[in-house]
Design a protein around this ligand. Sequence first.
Ligand SMILES: [Zn+2]
Length: 240
Amino acid sequence: MTIRLTTAAAIVVLLSQGCEKEAARTTPTPRVETVLTQEERDNLKPDEIVESFRAGNRRFMAGDLTVRDHSAQVRAAASGQFPKAVVLSCLDSRVPVEDVFDRGIGDIFVARVAGNFENIDILGSMEFGTKVVGAKVILVLGHEDCGAVMGAIDGVELGNITPMLANIQPAVQTVSNQYEGDKSSTNHEFVHLVTEENVRQTIRDIRQRSEIVRDMEAAGDLMIVGGVYDMKTGEVEFLD
Ligand SMILES: [Zn+2]
């Protein structure tokens, strides 16, 4: 359960701070001090969790993030965690995953690797987060203007970056086979198509390589979705 500071409430607080300091002092800002409990998480359906991500992203775009007391949440979460989702995101510093979906402590697992692809360690982490701990959604989150995607397109070779980028090559090849225009990282449309394909490819690979995830999805206990974050607006476009 979340308590959100509405725009109207914010205006009231601001007005009261400006006009009546005494009143403001005795009217604390509503803030979330609790964390998701097992009962609350277990009662959620996968599609409700995805919808809560959409709503959270709308609040992020509107600059209306839930106010959280992180110190209180840390104490509340110390005895255990019951996250509702696993997010696989790129490394990019401009995609603060919890903020993007207005989530707090104990809400989501976040796995990050440049180019948001899966590997054996990520798959194991997802199986832990879902089968063992009980998360009900896996979200693969790519983003526009991704340096890893552009590096894969350009065939960048440098140290361990070379084998890392090889994980994105299947998406580059799939789009290249169908695309008529300029197939370089300077072509925004091409980069965008590869970014989307990389998310879809990652989801296919997760299903193919994880029997646990596949079985949970088939049973309706888990939903796998993909999205792409827009750097300029903060919007996550969820893929079909
Ligand atoms: Zn990236």
